[in-house]
Design a protein around this ligand. Structure first.
Ligand SMILES: NC(=O)c1ccc[n+]([C@@H]2O[C@H](COP(=O)([O-])OP(=O)(O)OC[C@H]3O[C@@H](n4cnc5c(N)ncnc54)[C@H](OP(=O)(O)O)[C@@H]3O)[C@@H](O)[C@H]2O)c1
Length: 152
């Protein structure tokens, strides 16, 4: 199971730190090259982390793509990228609906909107209260999402 993060800022740093510190960390996490300093730091700290050569390279390597860019950058960053139908997308963008993201990640349709709580860098807090825009809202930990895809 490969995870890829588009946007390597504060929330990606916290989530990757939490995932890599968990009892069963993901085998592979790709992070986008921007922010370069944060991406390089994560790769230096965790063997599972690789810095992609581009945003597209991160998408190409990933089964689950986490969108962690600022909401106002979504069109300029995502529109040039090619997603696959078999990929799951976790979007973290505040104040942004799943419907606003859907055309930007097509043909991927498995999209979850997540609202990360504070303290994500702690492995036992690396969970997400996330909403499924089609089936109403529910809470589920990111680690459970990871487990589902890891065994799929
Ligand atoms: N932080 C939280 O606790 C939190 C909580 C809930 C939701 N969120 C959501 O998570 C998202 C990220 O928040 P954040 O706090 O992590 O923001 P952030 O620290 O500003 O991270 C955004 C990252 O996107 C990068 N970026 C800019 N242009 C890019 C491009 N063309 N390609 C790839 N990456 C690019 C930025 O790189 P540069 O540094 O080089 O500009 C920056 O590292 C936002 O949508 C926010 O609403 C955050």
């Amino acid at each position: 199971m490969n995870y890829g993060f588009i946007g390597t800022g504060g929330i990606t740093t916290a989530m990757v730190t939490g995932l890599c510190s968990a009892d069963s960390p993901p085998e592979t996490i790709w992070v986008s090259p921007r922010n370069r300093q944060k991406a390089n730091r994560l790769a230096a700290d965790y063997a599972a982390v690789t810095v992609g050569s581009s945003n597209q390279a991160v998408v190409d390597q990933s089964d689950v793509v986490v969108l962690a860019i600022l909401p106002q950058h979504k069109e300029s960053v995502l529109a040039p990228l090619s997603f696959r139908r078999d990929q799951a997308v976790i979007h973290l963008l505040a104040g942004t609906s799943i419907d606003a993201v859907r055309p930007l990640v097509a043909p991927a349709t498995d999209i979850v909107r997540a609202v990360p709580p504070s303290g994500l860098q702690s492995p036992d807090r690396c969970d997400c209260a996330h909403q499924d825009g089609l089936a109403g809202s529910h809470d589920a930990p990111l680690s459970r999402h990871h487990g589902q895809h890891a065994t799929a």
